[in-house]
Design a protein around this ligand. Sequence first.
Ligand SMILES: *Cc1c(COP(=O)(O)O)cnc(C)c1O
Length: 389
Amino acid sequence: MERFERAERLKRLPPYLFKEIDRKKAEVKARGVDIIDLGVGDPDLPTPPHIIEVLKKAVEDPGNHRYPSYSGMGGFKEAVAEWYGRRFGVQLDPKTEVVSLIGSKEGIAHFPLAFIDPGDVALVPTPAYPVYHIATMFAGGESYFMPLLKKNDFLPDLDAIPGEVAGRARMMFINYPNNPTAAVADRAFFERVVAFAKDKNLIVCHDAAYTEMGYDGYQPPSFLEVPGAKDVGLEFHSLSKTYNMTGWRIGFAVGNREAVDGLGAIKSNIDSGVFQAVQMAGIEAIAGDQACVDEMRTVYTRRRDLMVKGLEKAGFRLRVPRATFYLWVEVPAGYTSAQVATRLLEEAGLVVTPGNGFGEPGEGYFRIALTQNRERLAEAIERLQKLNL
Ligand SMILES: *Cc1c(COP(=O)(O)O)cnc(C)c1O
């Protein structure tokens, strides 16, 4: 018997599907095996030096030691609005259509508290980043899962959502370029989402963490580029992947002012904003020299090409991703995702993420994160080919 019984919202958390992999990983490591971890979506590269320099100076300024403004520094919100104009041709009012976040995960996790009441529905993709569903549940809402299937290019089939469900839905989560499937969405899809959201009167939450990780000249669009998008939605963005800043905890949400304002109202009662020195470094990241972003793309393009070629040679099937640093690989016939992940770990020392860990329709796939250098990836390929699955 536990002394402190946990609240329903924690008791209702879905089982942690990576628990088994984590346990096996520790076991294999204890045997002294050299493990190559392709599991976590956390860049191995350091934050570019010009961003670190700005933080160092800003830390020493006592003006930055006090509580920041809840919704974000004016300068940071202006830099975000300018970046949206430059990058996407989207005009934003920095005062009312931008809010800074302690990482985009924080904003996504808090957003349903602003617009979901008990019994309300959120339309949630699956397989997906787990936060959309869990945040909905924490707010007392119910998730209606939209499967992302290969036959639909890993886009949700809006026509398959029952009218009764759509009628009760307050919001829809989407995420392109997508984690974990590495799929991309074009403007035509976003146009269909805007029309659907207008018809059903729901808020679209687009998680845009990977828009800057496009390859071969492909520039993933913003949801807000589509006419009418700002009437129905907001977009969550992050500096984490673009500038190798996962540890810094800075992101932002932009778009519909009522949605941004609702999120700000929740946040002002929970946290007290982002450390100003970190926001100043964030300004340097998005308004400063963007050569580091080109370098990042070059690094991942080369890793992607190396790994795709190696996987294909070893007999695996996958689509060559145009964006994100993930590969969504089909498991060979006769295996489950978990069986492949287990064999790769136990017999080759390779950590990959079984697709069903992101939701049941992810069964039949495993995810590789390209967060190891080329030498390590080449070593991983060698082991894969020897394994002969
Ligand atoms: C990495 C990632 C984020 C970014 O999270 P931060 O809190 O900004 O670090 C958001 N969404 C998805 C799908 C991600 O993979």
